[in-house]
Unconditional design. Structure first.
Length: 259
């Protein structure tokens, strides 16, 4: 439940090699420059947020491959490290799972940190009658007449969350709420043919032909806060747990770093 690392892709990513993996020679020839999240183009920031929801973002590198700018992002979720590459328009063009040997080479300190985060966020199976009233009422309202089949609790950024799953005409549905009933996200399994054509085309490019994929339509609730800070208009996106997902300054030109 809600174990996807990327909104559409990661359900079937593990064990699948994306079709656009660069060769070792290409990587050696590409120019690399470490950048911060705030320096990325808006389209890339939005794409990273959507593809790595609830994952820990690591290093981000700006590279030049075949005369085109790409951004390589390291991330991890529940002890699994992975790497995503986006073009300057925010299109995901490569995805790789780090093998265990590479992950081990990163050092015991990082491994211990990942373990602590994994333990803290560990989901626990519970029941409707054991969760806060506000959370229970919110989940029951979302499920409607459907019977809630499973309930889990977890903590994220120190915020307690509750997740429920149910089926409507055989279709899987899930929802995540806070203890006070605020909606964090919803998830619905859909047929591959029901996804937008643009999504189907992008998935076909990323995965090899014949790969079995599962598509889940996710709705994530975000709060955009706008304010003037030190003479500049500033926008901050927060999720329901209070985690900051994006910052943007109105007079910030993300292309300045391209020179």
């Amino acid at each position: 439940m809600f174990k996807t690392i990327a909104s559409l892709l990661v359900v079937s990513m593990i064990g699948v090699t994306a079709a656009f993996s660069a060769t070792a020679r290409d990587r050696e020839e590409s120019a690399e420059k470490r950048v911060s999240f705030e320096q990325l183009p808006r389209a890339v920031k939005t794409a990273i947020h959507k593809a790595t929801k609830r994952a820990k973002i690591g290093e981000i590198e700006k590279q030049s491959e075949d005369g085109k700018t790409v951004y390589e992002v390291e991330a991890s979720r529940s002890g699994v490290a992975f790497e995503l590459t986006f073009d300057e328009h925010g299109t995901l063009i490569n995805f790789e799972i780090d093998d265990q040997e590479d992950a081990h080479a990163d050092g015991d300190e990082e491994e211990d940190e990942e373990k602590e985060e994994s333990d803290a966020d560990k989901e626990q199976i519970t029941s409707l009658d054991k969760i806060p009233t506000a959370a229970r009422q919110a989940l029951v309202k979302l499920a409607g007449k459907a019977k809630i089949e499973e309930v889990e609790s977890e903590s994220e950024n120190g915020v307690k969350l509750y997740e429920a799953a149910w089926r409507v005409k055989g279709v899987e549905h899930e929802a995540l709420v806070t203890a006070v009933g605020d909606l964090v996200e919803t998830e619905e399994t859909i047929a591959a043919g029901s996804a937008p054509k643009s999504v189907q085309r992008a998935a076909a490019k990323i995965f090899s032909k014949g790969t079995s994929v599962k598509i889940e339509r996710k709705t994530v609730v975000l709060y955009e806060i706008e304010a003037e800070h030190q003479g500049r208009e500033k926008e901050v996106l927060l999720d329901a747990t209070g985690q900051r997902t994006e910052i943007d300054h109105e007079d910030h030109d993300s292309d300045d770093d391209d020179d």
